[in-house]
Every structure is written in structure tokens, then in C-alpha cells.
Design a protein around this ligand. Structure first.
Ligand code: ADP
Ligand code: MG
Length: 900
């Protein structure tokens, strides 16, 4: 019994070479074969008379070959011509000349006397009517005529080693010999009309055009429905994944927003509140933030990250390029460090963390560590080395830690068995530690609990030390005197005898500011974390830096203890060991160490990453909230497909302070005028981008071309300073170039498209794009988004030397509109969506029959049907929904196999 999954080998009549050719197309079973859908159909019920005029639409003609010839031209090139005559010629009939250039095989297949069918556009060439490179089929015997002719005939996607006729013949025979192979319906009856097996038969060999259209609708709807079921299942699956609320009070976010030099737009506010709602919910957020270039997505992203960080979680911010990651990092540091955020950068080229809040921020640090000098050992040496090399410096010196000058220690001292310190005893300890502060050591923090003490301090040099040899108080000496002093006093106060302390444990030798901050935070929180104090309850402790600040104000620091509440609930963020915000490129995907506690992941310029990469960052348990951002506006059909598993927020409004962008297409011959315009703009103080279309950034030749062009531009723009930027420049240098441009030291940047995404320099108001015809519309729009970011009127000049109709239509779109959605719709009109599915980006199976553009309405219907099924039965548990479940599993196999 033949069914849909019968291997074609079992149909004994298909010869082996054909089976192999089919297999190369991925066709192994009857189902594969019958879902190899025609690309189009030809009306061969009747062939028209041969034309005497050109036509724009391709037509299908049948005739007899009366003559063939092979001609040479231009030396080695060959042209093969076959002249056809109509089967029933009349007096007015003209022969048709079919021509193929440099195609050997055609010449071998066509001979005089044959009847052939051709499909192509007739053109007038001189006096002859010609068809260049028509598709053709040779009619071999009249028996087959009923399959291939006198009907609406299917034309399949071109295949190698398998002619149209052979493929059509095989499909025809399978359909006729096995009329019922048990096709299961895909879409519910409410969505499609008729039976799937009828639709399959009719799509290959339709009785009429209406039947063909109905069959196609059925199959497209089924295909879209299956895809939307997959999308809907992802959506419902992620909403049922274990998530957490990652939303703080918003106090820090409000402070951040208030501190911005501009007002948020209404759209930004709306989007932030949508995101906030998601963050506060305890299911994972999966949201797409769409907004044209320059609409201010970054601020929204930062607000989201702050909410998560406020709640004690980490935030990740992933950007597609080094330049962009660096830029975000700078922006975050500028805006958030004053709020005390600990920000890190992770790219392949650069790993860095921002300076730490507590000590860096003190205007008057009062910290001896930062001020002391004169003993010949520079205190700042302590943490001179960068984070990544910390330790290396010390190990090179091979000193045991207790001999290291300016070492900082974290120490825990536990009370002796069953000794619990009352409030009075705890004050004794605090005061004793304070007594030596700034004489024997610097005390950063101490917290005394009933049964243990944490202290963070840095021993000082001894006063008696001779100038040749500076000696420091050792840990042992300090501990011994502190313990004996306090033990005596406590015993006296509590009228007890016996040991008060256990031996101290030496927790940690602090190696970096990061260590220090972490320990600091730990000690700060200790009364609560150790369960001694309730949340919101005060507990005495000492933070000397704070003491000193107060001391300098009041000059009577009699109250040693500082309020824990006051210290622990600042309007800034708490210090943390792991960075709170990590900005990076793809390198982030491989960052496992620093994400102990990921709350929200923001993915900028989403279209540059694939689903698989997105998943890598976000598929953790519990699931982080995910915000993906894109500035590539896409038509709605695509949104509900590619991003169908996401909720969509749209910023549909530009900030008000933007100058207008004027876009103009100019012929290369007008370069002179353009140059003088550029110079007047540079004289007004504006900055300029000149963009080159380098096809392949890795191509040496291209880089050379850019370098040559750069020399040219330097002359043209003299005396304004130019710099060259392209993908092969090493990252640190690239950053310096960008920094100089940002500061305005460089007036013009001659660049390749590395500039494409996200770069933000408001004073750069002029852009010249060379060979604009070589870029796609979307990319041109992205590039243009680099200007018009300040209050100045901006100009985008598209230089083009190509005069074709397509080019001018394309470039005219940009002259006409600056709205990204309109550009996207126009692009889609001019070009079609291309293969956006079936790529790593979407993680969806490629479409076999549906067309995202043409069938937008069908997609909408399929989506509605799929969503309603999931709304009624999110886990697909109902018996009638079981075959949908299988459908999804099947597709998952297809779509993820090629996404690693
Ligand atoms: P994009 O959406 O393309 O990522 P950005 O977030 O980089 O845009 O924002 C572009 C510029 O606009 C930045 O300099 C940003 O500081 C500024 N900006 C953002 N929101 C506003 C606003 N509401 N008003 C004025 N300027 C804004
Ligand atoms: Mg951006």
C-alpha cells in the first residue's frame, strides 16, 4: 500500500538515475514528490499564433524547428539559433528565431524537424522576431501529448539532471496510479475549502484556472497555518516557561529619565510602560521593539535595564558590531555611572569594566588610600593594574600577601563557643576598631553581629619604620591587639570570664576594586543576610568613608555607628561583584561567568542576529526577559511571521528636536557642485560622512580602493580633516577614529558600511553615498539614519552613475520619504521579500508554495486560526487537537535542523 511516506524506490518504475536526481532535490518519498509544487502553469490548451510584435509579458508558443545554426561572435563566443514555424501557418505568419548564447547543451537537444514548445518574451531584433534564452521543451512522441500539452501545464522549479518533462511525467504517473495515498488534512475545515488530496492533484494538473487558484489557496493556507502553529507554539511555550518578575521600584529609572537633556516622546513613554508591565509579570517577556533609525530606542532599552538592575538582576545589551557596542558602552557609562551602575564591556577585542561606584564617586573621598603619599610607596599602585591582569602584578613580585604594601583584607572573626554579644559588647567592638582607624590601618567597613564580625581594612605602615625599609602592620599583630583589647572590655562589661573570640578567619585578600566593592556590599548587607536584622530594620555598623564625610561637616563624630538603612537604601544602585549591565557583541553569547543572574537581555538591531543566537542568550532557566530591537521596519505580513512569536511595541514618532533630512540623487558628473556644497556645510561647522559600497569588507582590493579614494577626499576637502574607516582597521584604532569624529576633531569620515548601524553623532549632518545604486533601499535608509540626529538641517546626497529605470525608481523612494515603514513597503513592492524565511534569522521552514507578499491576506487568516486554537487549548491537550501537535513537532524538525 502506497502512502505519503513511501520511498520512491518502491515505485519500481522510476529508473535509478532519476531517483538519484530526485534525491539531490531532497525528494525521497511520495510526499516530497507531490509537494514539489509547480513554479507556474502554462496554458497549453491552445497555442497562440506567433506574434508579429514585441510583448512585455512572456508567452508560450509551439512550432516546428525548420532550421538551426551556430554562429560565432566576438572570437570565442557562440550563439545557437533555432528558427520555428507555426504548426498551422497562415499567410501573415512570421517565423520565430530562438537564440541561446554560449549554451552547449541546447545545441545538442534541438534539431530541425522537432516540434518544440518555448516560453519567453518575443522581441523585435532588426526585422526578425526573436526570443532570447526561452525555456523550451521538445515534444518527443504524441502519446505524451496528453500529459504535457492540451492542458494547463505545470512548470516546475528548474532542476539539474531532470527535465521538466521527466519530472512532470513522474508526478503525473504517481497521481494517477495512486489516487489516494492518505493525505492528512493540515488546516481546520473552517480555514480551507475542500480536500487536501484534491488540492494536491489540482495544483499539478488543474482542470481550469479557477481550480488551480482554489487549490493554491488551499495549499498556501495549509502551509501558512502550519507555520503559524509553529510560531504560536513558540509563543505559548515561552509564555509558559518559568519566568520571574524583574522589575524594581523605578526610582532609579525615574532619576535617569529626569536627568536626560530631553523629554521622552509620547511613543517612548508608551513603549516603556508596555515593557515595564512585562518586566513586572512573572512570565518571560518576549518583545520586539520596532522603531525607525533615530527614534530613540536606546533610551527605552536603558530604562528597561535599569528596572531589572534595580530589582537586583543583571542586564545584557547585545549589539551586532564592535563600534556599536562601544558606543552603547560609552552612553551607558555617561548616563548611568552617576547612578552607581557597574557596567562592563565584552567584545572580542575589548573587555573592560567601569570604575566602581563607591570610591570613584566620592568627591572628597576622605579615603587615605587615595590620598596618602610620601612614604615612597604610591598607594594608587594597589589597584593600578586592570581587572583582567590583577594578580599578575603581584605574582610577578612573588611576595606573600602579608608583605604586600597597601594590601586590603576582608576578615571574619567569630565569637567563642556560646558567646553572644549584646548591644553594649558590639559597641565596644565597633569603637575599638575605630580607635586604630587612620593610625594602624584604614577601616573601610565593619559590621558586628552577635556571633561574628566582618571587617574590611587596609594596614598602614608603622611609624617607627626606618626610611630605608617601610614596614606595615601585619594582619596577625592587628588581630591580636584588637581581640585582646575587646575581649578584656567585653568580659568586664558583661561580668564574665573566658575567651570571647575564636581564631579569626582570613576571608580574602582583596585584589581589585571589584573585589573590594563586592566585599563592601556583602558586609553592608550582612545583618539582613545573616538573619540578624529584619529587612528595613536598622543595625549599627561602620562605614568610615561616610563617617569622615560627616566629620568634615559636623566636626564631632561622636556617634560611630551609621544607619544601615541610610547606607543600604541609597538612590543609587548597590555595588555588585558581577557587573550589573554587560554590553557586548556576539562575544556575550559565550559569556557564562558574568551572568549569574540575568534578568533582562536587550538585543539591538535584531535582524543582524539569528534566532539561534537569540536563543543562546535567552534560553536559561529561569528565563530572562527579552527585548529585541530593530530599526529595519518590515511590512506587517513579515512582522507577524518572522517575529510572530513576539509581542510588538512600536515607536512611531521621531523626537521633536530633529532637523529635516533632505535627500537628493545626483549624477556622478555633478560631483563638482556637490563638493562646493559640502564645503559650505563644513564651513558652517557640520561634519560629513562619505560612504563607499565595498562589496566584501575582507577584500584587500576593496580596502585599497577605499584608501585611494580617501587620499582623493583629503585633497578635495582640504583643509578639513578627514579619516578613513573600514572593517579591516583593528578595533582599538577604529574606536579612536570614532572618538575623534565624535569630538569633532575630525570633520569628515570616509567610511565603508561599518558605519551602517546605530552610530550616533548629532553634529554629523551631511552624508554623501557613492555608487548609491549598489546598495539596497533598506541599507540606504539605515545609512541615512546616521544623519538628522541633531537640530541641524541634514543632507543626504546619493551619487549614482547608473541611469537604469530600476535604479532611479529605487533612489526616488528615498527622495520622496524619510519614513522607514514607507521605505520598507516600497522596497517590498520593487523587490519582493527575498528569502527571509528558511534562514537562520527566522528559524522557520522555507515556504514551498506561499508567497509572503502576494498572499498577505491568507497569512492573516492562517494566523488568526492558529492563534484561536492555542487560545482555547494552549497545551494542545484536546483529542481533536492532537494532529496539530504532530504538525508542530514535524516542522520543528525541519526548521531547527539547519540552525545550530
Ligand atoms: P535608534 O532608535 O536609532 O537606536 P538612538 O536611541 O540612538 O536611536 O537615539 C538617537 C538620538 O536621539 C540619541 O542621541 C538619543 O540621545 C536621542 N534621543 C532619544 N530620545 C530622544 C527624545 N525623546 N528627544 C530628543 N532626543 C532623543
Ligand atoms: Mg540604535
Amino acid at each position: 500500500m502506497i502512502n505519503v511516506s513511501t520511498p520512491l524506490e518502491q515505485l519500481s518504475w522510476i529508473p535509478r538515475p532519476r531517483l538519484l536526481a530526485l534525491r539531490r532535490l531532497g525528494i525521497e518519498t511520495t510526499k516530497d514528490l507531490l509537494t514539489h509544487f509547480p513554479r507556474r502553469h502554462e496554458d497549453r490548451t491552445e497555442f497562440p499564433h506567433f506574434p508579429r510584435e514585441e510583448t512585455d509579458a512572456p508567452i508560450c508558443l509551439c512550432g516546428e524547428v525548420i532550421k538551426t545554426s551556430l554562429r560565432r561572435f566576438g572570437g570565442w563566443k557562440k550563439i545557437f539559433e533555432a528558427t520555428l514555424e507555426e504548426s498551422q501557418p497562415n499567410a501573415l505568419s512570421e517565423p520565430l528565431v530562438c537564440r541561446w548564447f554560449n549554451l552547449h547543451y541546447v545545441q545538442k537537444m534541438i534539431a530541425a524537424g522537432q516540434r518544440i514548445v518555448v516560453f519567453g518574451r518575443p522581441r523585435l531584433r532588426g526585422k526578425r522576431i526573436c526570443m532570447d534564452h526561452p525555456e523550451f521543451e521538445v515534444i518527443e512522441n504524441d502519446e505524451e501529448i496528453s500529459i504535457h500539452f492540451r492542458r494547463i501545464t505545470p512548470i516546475y522549479p528548474a532542476t539539474e539532471g531532470l527535465s521538466q518533462r521527466v519530472l512532470r511525467g513522474i508526478i503525473y504517473r504517481v497521481l494517477h496510479e495512486c489516487p489516494d495515498i492518505g493525505w492528512q488534512p493540515i488546516a481546520p475545515a473552517s480555514l480551507v475549502r475542500g480536500d487536501r488530496s484534491d488540492a494536491i492533484r489540482a495544483i499539478h494538473f488543474p482542470e481550469s484556472w479557477e481550480a488551480r487558484d482554489a487549490a493554491r489557496d488551499h495549499l498556501v493556507l495549509s502551509e501558512f497555518f502550519a507555520m503559524q502553529m509553529l510560531i504560536a507554539s513558540r509563543r505559548f511555550e515561552s509564555s509558559t516557561r518559568a519566568g520571574k518578575a524583574h522589575c524594581g521600584s523605578g526610582a532609579v529609572m525615574d532619576r535617569f529619565l529626569k536627568g536626560l537633556p530631553f523629554e521622552l516622546t509620547v511613543a517612548q513613554r508608551k513603549v516603556i510602560s508596555e515593557i515595564r508591565r512585562d518586566l513586572a509579570a512573572n512570565y518571560p517577556m518576549n518583545r520586539l521593539l520596532q522603531g525607525d533609525v533615530g527614534s530613540g530606542k536606546t533610551v527605552v532599552a536603558i530604562a528597561a535595564m535599569l528596572l531589572a538592575v534595580e530589582a537586583g538582576y543583571q542586564a545584557a545589551f547585545m549589539a551586532p558590531t564592535q563600534i556599536l557596542a562601544e558606543q552603547h558602552y560609552e552612553v551607558l557609562r555617561r548616563w548611568l555611572e552617576p547612578l552607581g551602575a557597574h557596567i562592563a564591556l565584552r567584545t572580542a577585542a575589548r573587555q573592560e569594566e567601569s570604575a566602581l561606584p563607591f570610591f570613584a564617586r566620592n568627591e572628597n573621598p576622605g579615603s587615605a588610600r587615595l590620598q596618602r603619599a610620601g612614604d615612597g610607596i604610591l598607594p594608587s599602585r594597589t589597584f593600578l593594574e586592570s581587572e583582567s591582569t590583577s594578580g599578575a602584578h603581584y605574582s610577578r613580585r612573588r611576595l606573600p600577601h602579608f608583605e604586600k604594601p597597601w594590601a586590603i583584607y576582608a576578615v571574619t572573626i567569630t565569637t567563642a563557643h556560646r558567646r553572644s554579644l549584646g548591644p553594649q559588647a558590639r559597641n565596644i567592638v565597633l569603637n575599638a576598631w575605630r580607635d586604630f582607624h587612620n593610625t594602624r590601618y584604614e577601616l573601610f567597613a565593619i559590621c558586628v553581629m552577635p556571633d561574628h564580625v566582618h571587617a574590611l581594612f587596609q594596614p598602614w605602615p608603622k611609624n617607627e619604620a626606618s626610611p630605608e625599609e617601610t614596614r606595615f602592620w601585619s594582619l596577625a599583630e592587628l588581630m591580636r591587639s584588637l581581640k585582646s583589647l575587646t575581649a578584656r572590655e567585653i568580659n568586664r562589661a558583661e561580668e564574665k570570664v573566658g575567651p570571647v573570640w575564636e581564631k579569626e578567619t582570613f576571608d580574602r585578600y582583596i585584589r581589585s576594586d571589584r573585589d573590594l566593592a563586592e566585599k563592601f556590599h556583602y558586609i553592608l548587607r550582612n545583618p539582613w543576610d545573616a538573619g540578624v536584622a529584619k529587612q528595613n530594620e536598622e543595625y549599627p555598623w561602620i562605614w568610615t568613608a561616610d563617617d569622615e564625610r560627616r566629620a568634615s561637616r559636623s566636626s564631632s563624630p561622636e556617634n560611630a555607628a551609621t544607619s544601615t538603612l541610610q547606607a543600604c537604601a541609597p538612590q543609587t544602585l548597590p555595588a555588585a561583584d558581577d557587573p550589573q549591565m554587560i554590553v557586548g557583541t556576539h562575544a556575550l553569547l559565550y559569556e557564562s561567568v558574568s551572568f549569574s543572574n540575568l534578568g533582562v537581555a536587550v538585543i539591538d538591531e535584531q535582524h543582524k542576529f539569528g534566532v539561534a543566537q537569540r536563543a543562546r542568550l535567552t534560553a536559561r532557566e529561569p528565563a530572562p526577559d527579552v527585548l529585541v530591537m530593530t530599526a529595519t521596519p518590515i511590512p506587517r505580513t513579515l512582522t507577524m511571521t518572522i517575529y510572530g512569536d513576539l509581542d510588538v511595541s512600536t515607536i512611531d514618532e521621531m523626537p521633536g528636536n530633529r532637523g529635516k533630512i533632505v535627500t537628493a540623487v545626483r549624477d556622478t558628473s555633478k560631483l563638482g557642485e556637490v563638493l562646493s556644497f559640502l564645503r559650505t556645510q563644513l564651513e558652517k561647522g557640520r561634519q560629513l560622512y562619505v560612504i563607499y559600497p565595498l562589496i566584501d569588507e575582507s577584500d584587500k582590493l576593496d580596502v585599497k580602493a577605499a584608501a585611494a579614494e580617501y587620499e582623493l577626499w583629503r585633497e578635495r576637502l582640504h583643509p578639513f580633516r578627514c579619516e578613513l574607516l573600514h572593517g579591516r582597521i583593528p578595533a582599538p584604532e577604529k574606536k579612536q577614529i570614532m572618538d575623534r569624529f565624535r569630538r569633532g576633531d575630525t570633520k569628515a569620515l570616509i567610511s565603508t558600511t561599518v558605519l551602517e548601524v546605530g552610530v550616533d553623532v548629532p553634529n554629523a549632518a551631511i552624508m554623501l553615498i557613492e555608487n548609491a545604486e549598489r546598495f539596497g533601499l533598506a541599507q540606504l535608509h539605515q545609512l541615512r539614519g546616521r544623519i538628522g540626529r541633531g537640530e541641524h538641517k541634514s543632507y543626504c546626497i546619493l551619487l549614482s552613475s547608473s541611469q537604469t529605470k530600476e535604479t532611479s525608481a529605487k533612489l526616488a523612494v528615498l527622495e520622496r520619504t524619510a519614513n522607514g515603514f514607507e521605505v520598507a513597503e516600497a522596497d517590498w513592492e520593487l523587490r519582493g521579500p527575498g528569502d527571509v524565511l528558511g534562514t537562520a534569522q527566522s528559524g522557520l521552514p522555507a515556504l514551498k508554495i506561499g508567497d509572503l507578499k502576494r498572499d498577505a491576506e491568507l497569512m492573516r487568516r492562517a494566523r488568526a486560526a492558529a492563534m484561536s486554537i492555542f487560545e482555547m487549548d494552549p497545551r494542545l491537550e484536546q483529542p481533536e487537537n492532537q494532529h496539530f501537535r504532530r504538525l508542530i513537532v514535524e516542522q520543528q524538525g525541519q526548521s531547527f535542523s539547519h540552525v545550530s
